[in-house]
Design a binder for this molecule. Sequence first.
Ligand SMILES: NC(=O)c1ccc[n+]([C@@H]2O[C@H](COP(=O)([O-])OP(=O)(O)OC[C@H]3O[C@@H](n4cnc5c(N)ncnc54)[C@H](O)[C@@H]3O)[C@@H](O)[C@H]2O)c1
Ligand SMILES: O=C(O)C(=O)C[C@@H](O)[C@H](O)[C@H](O)COP(=O)(O)O
Ligand SMILES: [Zn+2]
Length: 364
Amino acid sequence: MGKTICVSYEGKPSYHIEIQKDFRLLPEKLKDLGYGRNRVCIITENTVGSFYLEELKALLSHMFSCCTSYVFEAGEASKNTDTVGKVYEHLIQNSFDRKDVLIALGGGVVGDLTGFAAATYLRGIDFVQVPTSLLAQTDSSIGGKTGVDFMQYKNMVGAFYMPKLVYMNISALKTLPKRQFSAGTAEVIKHGFIKDQKYTEFIQTHSKAIMVQDYETMEEMIDRSCRIKRDVVEQDPKEQGERALLNFGHTIGHAIEKLSDFTLYHGECVALGMVSAGYISWKQGNLSLEALEEIEKILESYGLPVRLKDFPYPPEEILETTRLDKKMESGKIKFILLKNLGEAYITKELTDSEILAGIRYILQ
Ligand SMILES: NC(=O)c1ccc[n+]([C@@H]2O[C@H](COP(=O)([O-])OP(=O)(O)OC[C@H]3O[C@@H](n4cnc5c(N)ncnc54)[C@H](O)[C@@H]3O)[C@@H](O)[C@H]2O)c1
Ligand SMILES: O=C(O)C(=O)C[C@@H](O)[C@H](O)[C@H](O)COP(=O)(O)O
Ligand SMILES: [Zn+2]
């Protein structure tokens, strides 16, 4: 059966999120959208491709007039304009036109990059998200933030561009390495911290079942995370306000991710960033010390880092890197803090020394 979530964009129904246990219904869902006579290009990377590309091709090749694929090297280092250029070349060589469709098969790297290629090729071609990592199934495939890194700065070039469908197969998470699964839980945990204390309690009490990927628990968790993200992006699709709450943990997180040369995963950096922002929230007199301790305990129970010992960069350099990220507004760093667990807010009023104290807290 699975679950379906409808997402609106600018007040109108836009696309469905399908949460399924296999890939079998994908052709039917694509037919429902009117695809069939046109061409499809599955864009993926070598790791995910080695597991699922042939299966997807077998399912789709009979329903499209042409089914091609473009495979690039897995990892954040590929999320750049060079790879996008190679995707354009492949599409031109295969005569893709505006009636054709791209499928992003993979984690957040494939989804962000394919979405950006789709937004810009011929000024816009349809694309479908088939997320295969936990992070992509619960966060990056929803809401239409597409883009790539530039000069190693995170998501510097991009577009808001909605997919036509998000179709996920929960069982595909079985092949995801354990460290990557843990990294994905950071964004799931973030959803509870910024919006829904009841969801945080669910995450707390079900950590064992989630870590062994008990199917029913996973289905409930993914469904609840997707709905929280859906509600936020529907209200503020282009991040004029409220959507920035989804950036909780990302201000410091993105700087650490860049400085680590992407050896630390996005979710791991978000976890560290959430601890740092949690500490600042406590220092601001908002969050209780018990709540800060709870944040750390929950993250640890999912195998996530809460301290960054021996990081070869001083706090001042992390702060300067944060300044070069796109979270700056009129010369001030935009920060997401917590009033309480389940209640976040945006501030641009933090001083450098308040931010540095938050950075020092995780470096100890
Ligand atoms: N657009 C958004 O709203 C949004 C939200 C969150 C994160 N992001 C971006 O997403 C990226 C992180 O996504 P990610 O963690 O999925 O990274 P990723 O795409 O690099 O995938 C993580 C790793 O898992 C492997 N993998 C993925 N699915 C697998 C599967 N089913 N079986 C085996 N291996 C599998 C990949 O090969 C890769 O090595 C970052 O670039 C981040 O900036 C974007
Ligand atoms: O969808 C959003 O909005 C988010 O902020 C989700 C984040 O988890 C994600 O990492 C996003 O790519 C960060 O956006 P950025 O604009 O800060 O690069
Ligand atoms: Zn993120």
